[in-house]
Structure formats: C-alpha cells, structure tokens
Design a binder for this molecule. Sequence first.
Ligand SMILES: Nc1ncnc2c1ncn2[C@@H]1O[C@H](COP(=O)(O)OP(=O)(O)OP(=O)(O)O)[C@@H](O)[C@H]1O
Ligand SMILES: [Mg+2]
Length: 113
Amino acid sequence: MQLVTAVVQPAKAEAVTQALQDLGVRGMTVSSVSGMGRQRGHTETYRGARIQTDTVDKVRIEVLAHDEDVDGIIGAIVAAARTGDIGDGKIWAVPLTDVVRVRTGERGPDAID
Ligand SMILES: Nc1ncnc2c1ncn2[C@@H]1O[C@H](COP(=O)(O)OP(=O)(O)OP(=O)(O)O)[C@@H](O)[C@H]1O
Ligand SMILES: [Mg+2]
C-alpha cells in the first residue's frame, strides 16, 4: 500500500480528480494548499524592485493506493495536470503501514476501496 500525493495547479485539479475517477479510484482527499518549488514562489515587481513572494496557491490530492495501481495513478495525474510550464506540480509516493476503515474496522488493503 502506498500514499500517492500530488500537488498541482488549481486550474488542473478538477481534471486530475476526474482522471482518477475514470481510472477507478474511489476515494481521495483534496485540499487547498500553498507551497513553493525550486523557483521559490513567484517573482513580482513592486516599485521597480523584484519582490519574491514565499508561496503559490496549489491543490493537494492524496490517494491511498494498492502497490500495483501506483504507476497508473501517477501516469494519469501527470497526463491530466501537465501544461509544460514551471509550477505544474509534483507527485510523490510513500509506503503505508496501515489503513483503517472506521465504520467496519477493516484494515490494510481491504480498507482502501
Ligand atoms: N521539494 C519539495 N518538497 C515539498 N513540496 C514540494 C517540493 N517541491 C515542490 N513541492 C510542492 O509542489 C508544488 C509545485 O511545485 P513545482 O511544480 O513548482 O515544482 P518544481 O520542482 O519547482 O518544478 P518546476 O521547475 O516544473 O516548477 C509546490 O508549490 C509545493 O507545494
Ligand atoms: Mg516550480
């Protein structure tokens, strides 16, 4: 089991969540976040001075996934989120030790979907 986290442009969030549903993903968490990548936010000009803002608005999408589904999920997110511009986003996957469905008490892979 893995947790796949994607941070994408807000304008692409709906395309990503739709692509995941098309793939058969049934549960996900969607949050409004702010962050920075290697450009460290974005640069604005104020009274002739270049001002570096700290963060840019993004949307974080988290999916609990079976190991065998991770590559497909990552591929679908990339395809839906990419514009080719800086700030398109980042995706990472980490191993999970446990998942619990609160209502039934199911644990592990049975609790994912
Ligand atoms: N190293 C990191 N650690 C944690 N979060 C990150 C990291 N890099 C990027 N993020 C998150 O992903 C968002 C999008 O990052 P972004 O697409 O700008 O990555 P990048 O590495 O700068 O790539 P690009 O050069 O295409 O802009 C950031 O706003 C931040 O929320
Ligand atoms: Mg960046």
